[in-house]
Design a protein around this ligand. Structure first.
Ligand SMILES: [Zn+2]
Length: 408
């Protein structure tokens, strides 16, 4: 199943005036409302775009300031979210009505125009705004390869508000070349997977044995809580503002840290020739890591985001997989025994085969193996001799066929 197009995303910040900011903010709010209205009306019985659109379109136009095309896009977004719920349910996972809380709005080629001089015009709730893209000055910016090459065509984009700034995730596609099609036939099934486990003591651990400590994150979080405690006792307006400043400083500090962590993970992937990086799904992290604070959950999301947009340059694809006991299962070759008592805090010792290893490393291996099996299954139709490789810190695992893992 070779796709006809190659698809890539280029992320860039927008230069926005105060007036434009107000309009974009209002558009994001209206879009979020529109998506929620469509989901409220369609859930749980309607899931296809062609059904949700006629069901919710008029209401969205009446109740929000969205233009006609954005109203349509909102119905489609709700339909996609509901379809996602159906898929989760079919895998036996819990689902509930989609809730739209993210500060984002979708643009297609009818609501957004990209100009030659690297400016965009964006539809808002009140006419269009024209903003410049804030791009790297030199040729290093990976965004240029899409902007300066007319083979790449703009598709759907997403505008996101974050920390008071606006980011555009521009979707591009181009036709797959004849050579790429040929190369795909030979190598599409082969892949090399890096698994990443996220946690509190260790922020991230890879299946190759790279450990990124969560200590600094916890330290800064504790400092913040301490500071907040004493400021709250003061109770003044000044104290409130000081607290917000501490929060912002903390966030900047974390963000730098997370950039470094994402660079380390990507370097690890490149060194091991990885084509894929697999994380656990972030949506259920609250249930899986009940002791993770909101700062941790925020850090996990950011780290995933940084890794996924930086990986684009290296042609590495980044995915999330459903967890399914990755921390309780034995990752030793041919064992796979799953029991909650296998794990005791930071250490893992299999009750069946006695395999003993760091618990987070065990989980990272399982994540890589699960994703490798998934990749292998998705190419089952082609001839049998394909493999998905998982580099480990001692040797390598190769997933040969569905369900079997043999040492490399
Ligand atoms: Zn075992």
């Amino acid at each position: 199943m070779t796709e006809e197009y190659v698809r890539r995303t280029a992320v860039t910040r927008l230069s926005v005036s105060d007036e434009q900011r107000a309009l974009l903010e209002a558009t994001i709010d209206a879009y979020r409302d529109g998506c929620q209205m469509a989901a409220d009306m369609a859930w749980p019985n309607t899931k296809s775009k062609s059904d949700v659109q006629p069901l919710a379109y008029d209401t969205i136009r009446e109740e929000t300031e969205l233009g006609s095309q954005h109203a349509i896009l909102a119905t489609h977004q709700a339909a996609e979210a509901i379809t996602g719920c159906y898929e989760r349910r079919s895998k036996g996972l819990k689902t509930s009505k989609p809730r739209f809380t993210a500060p984002t709005v979708t643009y297609d080629t009818r609501t957004m125009t990209l100009f030659e001089n690297n400016a965009v015009s964006l539809a808002t709730v009140d006419g269009r705004v024209r903003c410049s893209l804030v791009l790297p000055q030199d040729d290093d910016g990976y965004q240029w390869q899409f902007l300066n090459d007319e083979r790449w065509e703009l598709t759907e984009s997403t505008l996101t508000a974050r920390d008071g700034a606006y980011y555009l995730h521009m979707g591009f596609r181009r036709f797959r070349t004849e050579q790429e099609r040929e190369a795909d036939k030979e190598t599409a099934e082969d892949g090399t997977v890096l698994g990443v486990d996220l946690g509190v003591n260790n922020l991230a651990v890879t299946s190759t044995g790279l450990f990124i400590s969560g200590g600094e994150l916890t330290h800064w979080q504790n400092e913040y809580e301490k500071r907040r405690g004493s400021l709250q006792q003061t109770g003044t307006r000044w104290a409130h503002e000081a607290m917000q400043r501490v929060g912002r400083k903390e966030e900047t500090r974390f963000t730098i840290l997370l950039h470094e962590a994402s660079n380390a993970i990507l370097a690890e992937a490149r060194e091991n020739g990885c084509t894929h990086i697999a994380f656990e799904e972030l949506t259920d992290i609250r249930e899986r890591l009940p002791w993770a604070t909101w700062q941790h959950r925020w850090a996990f999301r950011k780290l995933y985001e940084f890794v996924s947009y930086k990986a684009v340059e290296d042609g590495i694809s980044v995915r999330q997989i459903p967890p399914n006991y990755t921390s309780q299962q034995c990752s030793h070759t041919d064992c796979g025994f799953t029991h909650e008592d296998n794990r005791d805090g930071g250490s893992f010792e299999c009750l069946k085969c006695g395999y003993s290893v760091h618990a987070d490393y065990n989980a990272a291996k399982n994540i890589a193996v699960k994703y490798a099996k998934k990749l292998r299954r998705s190419h089952k139709s082609s001839d049998g001799g394909v493999s998905v490789d998982i580099p480990l810190n001692s040797g390598s695992l190769i997933v040969e066929g569905p369900g079997t893992v043999v040492p490399g």
